[in-house]
Unconditional design. Structure first.
Length: 257
């Protein structure tokens, strides 16, 4: 599915859910952040904190989506940020790229020695006063970036639970993987909770204890990154959540075809 068609999909979902009082609690679109080093960009809507996991250094920061797409040869393949496709394209994303082997120096990449789920990004936002929680995000994976990622959430700030299955870059890096929607509406502990947070972290290739890069090679520890955009935590009444997930499933099926 193209960026334009998915943007239209989001508008359709937005119209459907707004009538049912769907509400964005916190969103990071990174438009309010300068293109520079940034290990914890502020949200564009609501309140919360974004944190780099396992790789806080000068290599992480807000970047231009246009530059990211040109770098990957996919200038028409942007995130779902509504500003994408403007003249000029000035949408921004958050690039996470710095890693280090245990006991080793900082590197321009991810550590293949780090434990599973220990590298990535965390987004914390209180859901006090809100129920029926849904999360969504866009992620860009370079060809040397980790091919698999896992969405997790916490309701106490300590224990993390996997949700939404394992994301996979499909051996095609340097592109956006949009419309990642995780339905948490059946989890009452996620509601009305000041300690709620989500994170997207590296996962081993299924059935192994090693990481795989998006170009099907091993992780090099010297290159590769992820970029995040339109990271959203929202409250969606159950009928609206069902519609949202149905449309997201349709989008995923189209992308696979």
């Amino acid at each position: 599915m193209t960026s334009a068609s998915f943007t239209a999909l989001l508008l359709t979902v937005g119209c459907a859910t707004s009538a049912l009082s769907a509400q964005v609690i916190t969103r990071w679109d990174f438009q309010n952040a300068a293109v520079s080093v940034n290990n914890s960009p502020a949200p564009s809507t609501g309140s919360g904190t974004a944190t780099v996991l396992g790789m806080s250094n000068i290599l992480n920061g807000v970047t231009s989506v246009a530059a990211a797409d040109i770098f990957g040869g996919n200038s028409a393949n942007g995130s779902t940020d509504p500003i994408q496709g403007g003249t000029p394209v000035i949408a921004r994303a958050w690039r996470v790229r710095g890693g280090a082997a245990p006991g080793g120096p900082s590197a321009n990449g991810w550590s293949s020695f780090a434990p599973q789920y220990s590298q990535g990004a965390q987004f914390s936002a209180s859901t006090l006063g809100f129920s029926q929680i849904v999360a969504s995000y866009d992620i860009y994976v370079t060809d040397r970036g980790p091919a698999h990622w896992q969405f997790q959430f916490t309701t106490d700030g300590l224990a993390w639970t996997n949700a939404g299955g394992v994301g996979f870059a499909n051996l095609a890096g340097d592109r956006w993987y949009n419309s990642n929607i995780v339905n948490l509406t059946g989890i009452t502990a996620a509601e009305n909770n000041a300690a709620f947070a989500i994170r997207i972290v590296t996962a081993y290739a299924p059935g192994t204890t090693t990481y795989l890069a998006a170009d099907a090679g091993p992780m090099s520890n010297t290159s590769g990154n992820w970029r995040f955009d339109m990271v959203t935590i929202m409250s969606v009444p159950t009928p609206a959540a069902a519609s949202l997930l149905a449309l997201a499933g349709l989008a995923a099926n189209r992308r696979r075809r």
